[in-house]
Design a protein around this ligand. Structure first.
Ligand code: BES
Ligand code: ZN
Ligand code: ZN
Length: 509
């Protein structure tokens, strides 16, 4: 999507000449409105009429030039935004989600009046929420403004009437507000990138496009990008990626982005499933809904997009992002049920179902990444199983881990980002379901505990390295309905990964 220009200004609020300016309004502990200095008498009257009580999420639009008290503002409209009661307890997670939701609602309002420029009078944000609140608010406004109109006729998508400029006015706490806004903006750009990649159709978003995005990120941020092509993957004996790609017209890629700070002691590794279209292969999927399988690359998109945001923030930890990418198609050359393949680490696998392909490409990438970079922890993301949607619906990402501490750190980053995770177990009883009569393992373990056995498959490729697997099949699209989450791909987990790195301190697992 076309970027929205974001600024933080110490300037005079009244001088803002754009379409709409936002003023936050709170309630006291008796749920009575606290009248703000902007439009005090006017709001008193509106409140008396019962039209605006400053309840959380309530919006009231006033036309400045038609209003004696608001006339001094050059903004065409003032949007009063109710925030509910001033926070007394310091619940950062709840506060952040509240502001993200308000941001989404503001964006929806801006869309409905075709606003091109929006200002937030940030001095009206409650003191306790200045930093987290502003970051979340910026995220909410930017994520709520997201549209994907690349393939629509210009007269249908109204390209000219989308939000172009967002300015935060702040006199008090300028530097705190600025920090929050910049963080929110940085994550939101990456979320939009991840949504854009997912919205692209399978015929136009192939492994080569994924590689191009990674190369663009490398160029923009100065980090290292390596792309392994089919020949290289053959010489490296990446049997899983090659088996899934066997029926395809488009060659596979293994894409690596490597952020290396000047000084570091620890390395985090992300691995994302970049399956650009999953037909199921010879174990063909049913036709209904198959078009959604262009989203089977959302894990890969989340990894590459979050690498962009992370590289921009220059943390003191090395971060490696790896994406194995191919589609899963059938042809005379395609992998068949019963075929035996050999993974990068030498483990052989009997392919029972060619539709359980995500684990095959991730297995090679995990084994390679673990051996080559010896990371302190590995997090993989994948739209791996339909079964996780049966277990958790669309409201939690499935979390699986061989390490409690890593699991807690990741769940915390998810909660802080409004992208909750729910941990499910692993264990040798589940792992045993993958025993094969003819190979070291097989690629499906039956219907029972399908998401867990999929995770067990991956676990065999990380040795003892602290590792967590996020099954985002239920959250990568059709995620919980929220004001800042559009229909279609959500960009889920980008903000969680970015937050995970922001929270990073030297860790002994
Ligand atoms: N990409 C799918 C998982 C999926 C299904 C994601 C629906 C989102 C929505 C994956 O490759 C797959 O097909 N998994 C199979 C595994 C089975 C054959 C063991 C599944 O979930 O049915
Ligand atoms: Zn599949
Ligand atoms: Zn798949």
């Amino acid at each position: 999507m076309t970027p929205i220009q974001v600024a933080v200004s110490k300037g005079e609020e009244t001088k803002f000449q754009g379409d709409v300016a936002v003023v936050f309004v709170y309630q006291d502990k008796n749920k009575k409105i606290i009248l703000p200095s902007t439009g005090k008498t006017y709001l008193k009257r509106v409140n008396k009429l019962g039209d605006f009580e400053a309840k959380s999420g309530q919006l009231h639009l006033a036309y400045s030039q038609e209003n004696r008290e608001l006339k001094k503002y050059n903004a065409a409209r003032i949007c009063f935004v109710g925030c509910g009661q001033v926070q007394t307890k310091n619940n950062e997670i709840e506060t952040a989600e509240n502001y993200r939701d308000l941001g989404g609602k503001i964006a929806q309002k801006a869309k409905s009046i075709k606003a091109k420029s929006l200002a937030v009078f940030a001095d009206t944000i409650e003191a306790s929420a200045k930093e987290t609140g502003t970051q979340a608010l910026a995220e909410g406004i930017l994520l709520g403004s997201y549209v994907f109109n690349k393939y629509k006729k210009p007269d249908l998508d109204n390209k000219e009437t989308l939000l172009k400029k967002l300015t935060f006015y702040a006199k008090d706490s300028f530097s705190i507000i600025k920090k929050g806004v910049l963080r929110g903006e940085n994550s939101a750009i990456s979320v939009a990138d991840a949504r854009d990649m997912a919205n692209e159709p399978g015929n136009l978003w192939t492994p080569a496009q994924f590689a191009q995005y990674a190369q663009d990120v490398a160029k923009e941020t100065g980090i290292e990008c390596t792309v392994f092509d089919k020949k290289k993957l053959q010489s490296m004996k990446m049997g899983g990626i090659l088996a899934v790609n066997a029926g395809s017209q488009d060659p596979p890629k293994l894409i690596v982005l490597d952020y290396v700070p000047e000084k570091y002691t620890q390395t985090i590794m992300f691995v994302g499933k970049g399956l650009t279209f999953d037909s199921g292969g010879v174990s063909l999927k049913p036709a209904a809904g198959m078009q959604d399988m262009k989203y089977d690359m959302c894990g890969g998109a989340a990894v590459l997009a979050s690498m962009r945001a992370i590289a921009k923030e220059k943390p003191a930890v090395r971060v490696v992002g790896i994406v194995p990418s191919t589609d899963n198609m059938m042809s005379g050359a395609a992998t068949k049920p019963g075929d035996i393949i050999t993974h990068y680490n030498g483990l052989t696998s009997e392919v029972i179902n060619t539709d359980a392909e995500g684990r095959l490409i991730l297995a090679d990438a995990l084994a390679y990444g673990n051996k080559h970079y010896q990371p302190d922890c590995i997090i993989d993301l994948a739209t791996l199983t339909g079964a996780v949607i049966i277990a958790l619906g669309h409201h939690h990402t499935g979390l699986f881990s061989n390490n409690d501490k890593l699991s807690e750190m990741l769940a915390k980053a998810g909660d802080e980002s409004g992208e909750p995770l729910w941990r499910l177990p692993l264990g040798k009883e589940y792992s045993k379901q993958l025993d094969s009569d003819v190979a070291d393992i097989k690629n499906v373990g039956g219907r029972e505990g399908g998401s867990i056995t999929a995770a067990c498959y991956l676990e065999k490729f990380v040795d003892d390295t602290p590792w967590a697997h996020m099954d985002i099949a239920g959250t990568a699209w059709d995620f919980t309905k929220k004001s800042y989450i559009p229909k279609g791909p959500s960009g889920n987990s980008v903000r969680t990964l970015v937050e995970f790195v922001r929270n990073w301190k030297k860790t002994k697992f």
